[in-house]
Design a protein around this ligand. Sequence first.
Ligand code: THU
Length: 135
Amino acid sequence: MYNERKTELGKIAADMRRMSYIPYSHYAVGAALLTKSGKIYTGCNIENAAYPVSICAERTAIFKAVSEGEKDFAAIAIATEDGLGYPCGSCRQVMSEFSSNMDILLADAEGNITVETSISELLPGAFTPDKLLSR
Ligand code: THU
C-alpha cells in the first residue's frame, strides 16, 4: 500500500512543477505531501520580485495541510528536473516541527523516485517543539 502511494506521490509532485511561479530562477519544484490520515496536499514554489518573500514547494504543501487541520505527515515527494533537489534548510526545519520521522522522496521530472531518505537523516539534532512545550 505505502509503495503504491510513493509512486503516486512522485507523479503528483512532478505534475505540480507545472504550477510553479518561477520568473526569476526558472527552477521548477513540485511537492506532494501525504498525511498519516491518507490525504495528499500539493505545493509548488512561488517566487516574488522581492526575492526573500518567495516560498518553496515543500512549505507551500505543508502550510496548505496545516491550514486545513492536518499536522501528522507520513511522507513528502519533491520533484525537480534532475531528481536531486534536496529540501532547503528552512523546509527541513518546518518538516521537523510537525513530523520528526517523515519520509522524504526525491523525484525527477517524470515522477520517478530517485532518492528515499527521511527528515531525521537530513536534519539530525533538529531544534524541536519539545524544547519549548515541556517548560
Ligand atoms: N526551492 C524549493 O521550492 N524547494 C527547495 O527545497 C529548494 C529551493 C525553490 C525556491 C526558489 O523558487 C527556487 O527553488 C530557487 O531557489
